[in-house]
Structures are given as structure tokens and as C-alpha cells.
Design a protein around this ligand. Structure first.
Ligand code: SF4
Length: 629
């Protein structure tokens, strides 16, 4: 067995209430590594055609990697996969915190959850032993309440808990899996899958924090190099000082801050909701994930409309400040912090929730959805309406019952408002604009689980000479403008997508590992895998191949769920000129440019250009001939 692994996968059948432990061979680990690729392996064994994502036939996987729990920055991540109730294809989401490392210390590399329990249960794992326990006493409780109750019930304040929250119980399709009451497997509705299975929580505890690695001295050197360089790397130092929201103002000044539901790229209220303002006003302290020297997480305390914002629920990231802020035209940081707290307390994705509210606000402004239908006016800029709608979605109350389906389904159910959607495959776009970043736009379109900003390198990374040295091992030597989408740019999009696809299989934080701007580059990522596992022949090519394997497995999964190239579409809104007065007002994506790039991309990926489905020879080359059907 390679170093870094526990060599054990836990299989849970909730229908029968049975548990089994599998000991996969090393070849299995070497082929799929961990995270998403490993989860996909199990999902594809079961999901052979269209299924109901909220039915018992869905398979939920929670997977780690060999790096999880080792003493280096950016490794405590856990990936959740299942068929998504938001996308109706593959769902995929990563979270950080202390839960992932603790799950490894508890003795498992992954958990595969099948079936559906009749009564609420929780899964309790300690030191390699696992059991299902009744959870009726936890049902309906919020994330912080469940944390408190379980720590008392199990008599251990050191346990780590991942849970679906009340929103997951209510099958809110933007529901997240929350750990530490503030870290989220946010995207694609994985919390709703957990809730549908009546699995309220997964609780983990490992007595020993020691995890043997192949080359501890070399790993120590790399980790120390990383810690030393956090303050020297301007982006890392900025994350530590002001969190990810520290970049919000520059997004506004360059016309790249999605505003009024992606109608504009600059926001008059931007200066009030920046990471810097957060640091100067409501920040109580920084927080971290296990063993990470970057410490980018925010802990804020304030109040909104007389209600406290509890630091236990962390603080807004850039994505949250944008989706609850500029998307909705809201410039009140306290309201945004409150909305962030509600999402973590009830278990909801801040991107999907905020963007769905912004969609409703735009529908209201255009008279497409009326005050009568909503129950109250819902203007852009109304912070009280924004926070009220977050609560209504969590409770599925009034109009919140419709919005709990995500904006695309809400539009389908209403039969109107489609022109204001900013979704790809049903997933709302995160706060990075494809109008500016064309390779990112391409990746938004082709990504199997919809628009995602952490599935490839963004265009700025190749726009100047700054990252030439780091991109050289991937074969990129020349800068390319952000709005270019040439054949070479498509290759940049695809190649960096493979790299990020590996990161989601190796469960590495994209704020720490990437091909350009983060702490560790491609060469060091390869070294990390060697130092931990002992696979001394591991190479950048092998890394990219694992990334390609995951991507192809996802596309096969989607093909089985009925997807073809028609699903690889960007919303109509991004082809309309941007409003606002920023430097990029009037900018729009061009359909021909994207369609042409899609053709180029499918050729590169070895997928059928007409259908977007992987070709048999591509699957064969990646050792996936078992998926040729
Ligand atoms: S960079 Fe931030 S999110 Fe990533 S592992 Fe470190 S503390 Fe966690």
C-alpha cells in the first residue's frame, strides 16, 4: 500500500442499515488517487442510466486523498460527489476545514453511501470502527445546534461533524454539506442528497494524528518552504490579511464584478463590501484549515437589524460578498455577513442562494415576476429583502419554496424569466465574468457540473509574462490577451482544466496549489505527491492523465443521465452587452467565438464533436474501457 492512505473505504447501505469495509489494492489508488475521481469510480458502478438524484438509487461519495492529513498547507479537503439535484448530472464539491484530516485519522480514505434510511441516522466513525446511530433528536436542528448536541452526546469536544443542515432535510437544491458550522461542500446540492438519504451527519474522530509518509524529510522541507513564502507571495499575504474578498475592489475597477445579476461589471457600492473593510470593521480573527499556513478564512462578528452575526459561522468569502452583495445590488456588509451566517446555519451554498435571489430581483425589476407573486417588492439593493429571501429559501416558505429549486428550475416552474438566468447546466455562475475571461467562459460551458471558477486557470494568469516560469512546464511560453480565444488559448483552458481536475482528485486547495498564482506550482505539486506516496516516478504527465480520467468519467456519467453537447451552453445574458460605466461597459461574448472554441476543445479532449461524449478510444487510452457502453 502506498503511503498516505489508510487503505480502507467504508461502504454504507442506508436502506439495510449495513456497513462494509473494502481494502482496495494499490493499483486502484494509483489510478484514481482520491477525491472526485475515486468517488466517480463508485458512482459509475451503480448509476447506469437516468436516476432521480433525490431517490435511493443515488450514490453519495465523500473522498479524501493520500495528502489529506499530512503536515503541509492546503491538503485538508474532502470531495463530495453524487448525481446533483441542481444539475441533474454529476455533482461535485470540495470543502476544507478540520473534518477532512480528522476523517483520515479516523481510519478511512473514503465513504460510499447508498440507499435511503427510513428514519434519520448519523454515521459515527472512530479509530476505524463505524456504526449508524439514530438521529431523530437532531432532525430539524441547525448546524451549530447539531454540533453542540453531538459533542455532548458523544462526550468529545474534538469530534468533527459534516452535516446536511435543515435545508438539506427540506431538499433545497442548493443545500450544502457543512462542517465546523462554517465550511461548505457548497456547490451542486450535495446537502440535499444527504438529506434525501436521511443521513443527518457524518461524525469522525481519530485518536492518532500520525500518518506515515514516504519521504518525511523532503515533505517537511517543502512544507517549510511554503510557510516561509506565505508572507512573501503577494496573493497569499493578501488572502491572509483580507481573505478572498480582498480582491473585490480590483474586480470592480476592472469592470469584472458581477453586478445586478450579471447585467454590469462595476458596482457603486463596492467600496463598502470589500475584504479590507471587513478587516477594519467586523473581523474578529482569521481561521484556517488543518495545518494550513495561509489562514485565509474569516471570522466576523456584527449584527444586522438587531440580530447577532455569530463568529462561529465564519465570514463572507469573495464569492459570498459578490453574490449576496453586488449581484443583488446590496452594499451593506452587515447584511451580507448575516446572509452568510444564515447559509452556514441552515446549510446552503452562498453562490447558488445569492444568485437565485439576484435572478428573482431582476425578474421583479422587469415586471416578469410581480409583487403579488413574491409577496413583497424585491428591488435590487434592498438588503432586507435579500436576507428575508435567504431565510425563506432555507425554510421553503412562500416564494422561497420555488427559489429552493435553484433559479433554472424556478424559471421552468414559472414558465418565465429564462432570459435573466445566469446558469450553466442549472448551476448559477460564480463571481467571475466570462465576458472578460474567455477561456474561463469555455470551461463554464463544458464543465460537467456547470459553471465553476475553480476548474481551470483564469485568463489573467497568461495575460502577461508574470507566470511564464510556472506555465513553462505545461508548454505555455507566450502571453495571451484575456479576451482572446484562439486555438492556443483553448489548449491553455483544457490543459489547466486537467491540472485543476487532478487537484479535485488529490483534494488540494486551489488557493494553495495551481499552475500560476498560488503558493505551490505544478512542479511542486508533483513533488508533493512523490514525497507523500513514495511513487517516485510520478510525473506531470501522470498528473494530467488523472485529471483527464476524472473529466472523462464525469462526461460519461452525464451522458448516462441524458446530456449531450446541447448542455454545454452559456446563458443568453452573457452574449448581451454589459451595462454600467466601468471600463468594459458594452463588452459581450460572441456566440461564434464560443462555438468555434467548443469544436476545438472537443477535438483536444478526444470527445465526439457533435455529441460532446468521450470517444471509445479516449476512454481506452485512459484505462476506462469499462465505461465504453
Ligand atoms: S488557503 Fe484557506 S481555504 Fe485553502 S486550505 Fe488554507 S485556510 Fe483553507
Amino acid at each position: 500500500m502506498a503511503f498516505g492512505y489508510q487503505g480502507r473505504i467504508l461502504h454504507v447501505d442506508l436502506t439495510n442499515g449495513t456497513l462494509q469495509i473494502e481494502n482496495p489494492p494499490e493499483e486502484f489508488y494509483r489510478k484514481y488517487v482520491g477525491g472526485s475521481a475515486m468517488g466517480l469510480y463508485y458512482i459509475l458502478q451503480d448509476v447506469k442510466g437516468k436516476i432521480d438524484p433525490l431517490g435511493p438509487e443515488n450514490v453519495l461519495t465523500l473522498m479524501l486523498s493520500p495528502m489529506t492529513g499530512t503536515p503541509i498547507s492546503g491538503q485538508s479537503r474532502m470531495t463530495a460527489n453524487a448525481i446533483s439535484p441542481l444539475v441533474d448530472g454529476i455533482g461535485d464539491s470540495q470543502s476544507g476545514g478540520f473534518f477532512p484530516a480528522e476523517m483520515k485519522f479516523a481510519g478511512f480514505d473514503g465513504i460510499v453511501v447508498r440507499g435511503q434510511s427510513r428514519e434519520p441516522v448519523y454515521l459515527w466513525i472512530k479509530d476505524g470502527h463505524a456504526e449508524l446511530r439514530p438521529a431523530a433528536q437532531l432532525w430539524g436542528k441547525t448546524t451549530s445546534q447539531v454540533d453542540d448536541l453531538l459533542k455532548t452526546e458523544l462526550g468529545d469536544p474534538e469530534i468533527e461533524i459534516a452535516q446536511c443542515g435543515p435545508a438539506g432535510e427540506k431538499l433545497v437544491r442548493v443545500a450544502a454539506i457543512i462542517n465546523m458550522a462554517n465550511r461548505a461542500n457548497g456547490r451542486t446540492g450535495m446537502g440535499a442528497v444527504m438529506g434525501a438519504k436521511k443521513l443527518k451527519a457524518v461524525v469522525v474522530r481519530g485518536s492518532s494524528k500520525k500518518l506515515p509518509v514516504a519521504h518525511p524529510q523532503k515533505l517537511g522541507e517543502l512544507a517549510r518552504w511554503g510557510s516561509t513564502n506565505v508572507p512573501l507571495n503577494p496573493v497569499m499575504a493578501g488572502f491572509q490579511r483580507n481573505g478572498t474578498a480582498g480582491g473585490l475592489l480590483s474586480q470592480h475597477y476592472t469592470g469584472q464584478l458581477p453586478t445586478f445579476n450579471f447585467s454590469a461589471g462595476d458596482f457603486d457600492g463596492a467600496e463598502a463590501i470589500t475584504g479590507e473593510v471587513m478587516t477594519d470593521t467586523i473581523l474578529k480573527t482569521n481561521d484556517s484549515c488543518y495545518a494550513c499556513a495561509v489562514r485565509c478564512k474569516r471570522v466576523v462578528e456584527t449584527e444586522w437589524m438587531g440580530k447577532p452575526v455569530d463568529g462561529r459561522h465564519g465570514g463572507p468569502e469573495y464569492e459570498t460578498a459578490a453574490t449576496m452583495g453586488s449581484y443583488c445590488g446590496v452594499s451593506d456588509l452587515h447584511a451580507i455577513a448575516y446572509a452568510n451566517m444564515l447559509c452556514n446555519e441552515y446549510g446552503m451554498d452562498t453562490i447558488g442562494t445569492g444568485a437565485t435571489i439576484a435572478w428573482l430581483m431582476e425578474c421583479f425589476e422587469h415586471g416578469v415576476v410581480t409583487e403579488n407573486e413574491i409577496g413583497f417588492p424585491s428591488h435590487f439593493g434592498d438588503a432586507q429583502t435579500m436576507t428575508r429571501l435567504v431565510e425563506m429559501i432555507a425554510h421553503r416558505e412562500g416564494i422561497g419554496d420555488l427559489l429552493a429549486n435553484g433559479s433554472r428550475r424556478a424559471a421552468d416552474l414559472l414558465g418565465k424569466g429564462h432570459e435573466y438566468l445566469i446558469t450553466v447546466k442549472g448551476a448559477e455562475m460564480p463571481a467571475h465574468m466570462p465576458q472578460h475571461k474567455r477561456s474561463l467562459g469555455l470551461i463554464y460551458a463544458v464543465n460537467p457540473f456547470g459553471a465553476d471558477h475553480e476548474s481551470s486557470e483564469h485568463d489573467f494568469a497568461i495575460a502577461t509574462d508574470d507566470y511564464k516560469e510556472r506555465l513553462a512546464p505545461l508548454g505555455f511560453m507566450q502571453p495571451m490577451p484575456t479576451t482572446e480565444l484562439s486555438k492556443e488559448k483553448v489548449r491553455f483552458a483544457y490543459t489547466t482544466q486537467l491540472f485543476y481536475s487532478f487537484l479535485d482528485s488529490a483534494d488540494l486547495c486551489t488557493f494553495v496549489y495551481s499552475t500560476t498564482w498560488t503558493l505551490f506550482g505544478a512542479v511542486q505539486t508533483v513533488e508533493l505527491v512523490r514525497h507523500v506516496t513514495g511513487w517516485d516516478d510520478f510525473s506531470l504527465n501522470a498528473l494530467l492523465e488523472i485529471g483527464a480520467r476524472r473529466l472523462n468519467m464525469m462526461r460519461v456519467c452525464n451522458a448516462r443521465m441524458g446530456f449531450d453537447r446541447q448542455a454545454d451552453k452559456l446563458p443568453a445574458k452573457v452574449f448581451k452587452p454589459l451595462q454600467g460605466k466601468g471600463p468594459y461597459a458594452g463588452l459581450a461574448l460572441e456566440k461564434e467565438q464560443i462555438e468555434h472554441a467548443l469544436d476545438e476543445y472537443f477535438v483536444l479532449a478526444g470527445w465526439n464533436v457533435k455529441t460532446g461524449v468521450p470517444k471509445p478510444e479516449t476512454l481506452e487510452k485512459l484505462g476506462l474501457s469499462w465505461l465504453i457502453d
